[in-house]
Design a protein around this ligand. Structure first.
Ligand code: IFM
Length: 469
């Protein structure tokens, strides 16, 4: 089923709203052992037989390390004003604790300068999962030492890039690193131990707070925040067991991160549920974690439907389902943004990732992806609805600029609005990219019309009027 794409006129966005596209280092860069880069836990994990669906790895990926100029030309051509990317920690400090690799840092300097030259604001993520493998030998994120190594790394990146980047995100999706990487073992580093997973989540949060403090002490001018993957949780039925399980799952995904970040506590029901697997928390840790942020990033893909029995058949929803098996549920984004806005004293929010994996139809050099266009348009409308209901939104970024290495799914799932032919590394704008570009063009035309009207009438209220109202 394809739903109608909402007209731009039904949408409202503040005049300083940021439109972007997002990627991450391991998923696009390639050049896994070039110019002094060290190995990451993902370089290692990809070598584990059966870990990656198609047996692939990020050795070459989209070869962005060599093709970055072409890629940022593409970004500029889309008409976005922001690009969210991550720095590869082992590229700039190969072992995570020893010498710095100047060639690695130079790469990100060139990238940031190139973006600035093209009028695109750089949004940097420090940790999008590619921990230096050497640090895993000494316990990785389960070790408190890694927290201090992360603060050193964050400080170095801020010293080199902090004067030009618009925002620095400490971690991308700590839940994924903790649960998929250390409890379920389906992501790097492939550990299956709940107590370790919870300790990892605490260290990620602690390192976030410590890094914020350190960067502010250095006089960092970039906005500072974290990115969480969040979903609304709905019970599969009215049964009390399904309701109870939903509250717990919500606690593990959302409250476990939002409560310490914004209230300085871990949720008591989740602590009770974890029992002896709860993390060791030192005195003062929670105050550090609750260090105020300049923005909150939320990655949204779908809702979760929770059944006490453990499984829920996504096909029961009757909705479109993406290639990842995720239900298309745009109204969940409005619901989530309102919930976060109402339950917590949050800073301005960005949707830092949103998009879908779908099968593309390649025809005469064109790439048709109507389901992706529909997905993106309807989620943008969901953001607009949240704004209409009072949520302070700062921006929206599509995941992803390019088809890329989708972690344990390898290259089988394509999220890009730009198609990548991995054999030739040729990039082709998909229909969804053309739609996004047209949408952004119409947004800026509307803004210019309002500005012109404001100049003529000299009414000060025009300066704050929403675009497209
Ligand atoms: O590709 C990932 C990204 O790295 C983190 N957020 C979810 C995306 C889609 O699975």
């Amino acid at each position: 089923m394809i739903y109608s794409v909402p007209s731009d006129l039904q949408m409202n966005f503040p005049r300083d709203f940021v439109w972007g596209v997002a990627t991450s280092a391991y998923q696009i860069e390639g050049a896994a052992i070039e110019d002094g880069k060290g190995l990451s836990v993902w370089d290692k994990f990809c070598r584990v037989p059966g870990a990656i669906a198609d047996g692939s790895d990020g050795d070459i990926a989209c070869d962005h390390y060599h093709r970055w100029q072409e890629d940022i030309d593409l970004i500029a051509d889309l008409g976005v004003n922001a690009y969210r990317f991550s720095v590869s920690w082992p590229r700039v400090r190969p072992t995570g604790s020893g010498e710095w690799n100047s060639k690695g840092m130079d790469f990100y300097e060139r990238l940031v300068d190139g973006l600035m030259k093209r009028g695109i604001q750089p949004y940097v993520t420090l940790n999008h999962w590619d921990l230096p493998a050497e640090l895993q030998f000494t316990g990785g994120w389960a070790s408190r030492d890694t927290v201090f190594r992360f603060v050193e790394y964050a400080s170095k990146v801020q010293q080199r890039l902090g004067d030009r980047v618009h925002a620095i995100t400490t971690h991308n999706e700590p839940w994924v690193m903790s649960v998929l990487g250390h409890k379920r073992g389906i992501f790097a580093p492939g550990i299956k131990d709940r107590a370790i997973a919870m300790q990892v989540s605490h260290h990620l949060l602690l390192s976030h707070g410590m890094a914020l403090k350190a960067l502010r002490e250095q006089g960092c001018t970039a906005g500072l925040g974290i990115v969480l993957n969040l979903s609304p949780m709905h019970p599969a039925s009215d049964a009390p067991q399904d309701h109870a399980k939903t509250v717990l799952e919500d606690g593990l995904l959302l409250r476990w991160y939002m409560d310490p970040l914004f209230k300085g506590t871990y949720p008591s029901d989740v602590l009770e549920h974890l029992g002896g697997d709860a993390p060791r928390v030192q005195s003062g840790d929670l105050d550090i974690i609750a260090t105020p942020m300049d923005f909150l990033g939320i990655n949204y893909y779908s809702r979760s439907v929770v059944s006490a029995a453990g499984t829920w058949d996504v096909h029961l929803s009757g909705r479109e389902i993406t290639d990842m098996g995720w239900e298309v549920y745009p109204e969940g984004l409005t619901e989530l943004l309102l919930r976060v806005h109402n339950d917590y004293a949050v800073p301005p929010i960005y949707v830092t990732e949103n998009g879908g994996a779908f099968k593309d139809v390649c025809n005469d050099g064109q790439i048709h992806d109507p389901l992706r266009t529909d997905y993106i348009a309807r989620h943008i409308a969901a953001v607009s609805e949240a704004i209409r209901q009072g949520v302070r939104m700062k921006g929206y970024m599509v995941w992803s600029l390019l088809d890329n290495f989708e972690w344990a799914s390898g290259y089988e799932k394509r999220f890009g609005i730009v198609h990548v032919d991995y054999a030739t590394q040729r990039r082709t704008l998909k229909d969804s990219a053309l739609w996004y570009r047209g949408f952004l063009h119409r947004q800026s035309a509307m803004r210019e019309n309002y500005d012109a009207a404001a100049t003529q009438t000299n009414h000060s209220e025009w300066n704050t009027v929403a675009i497209g109202a």
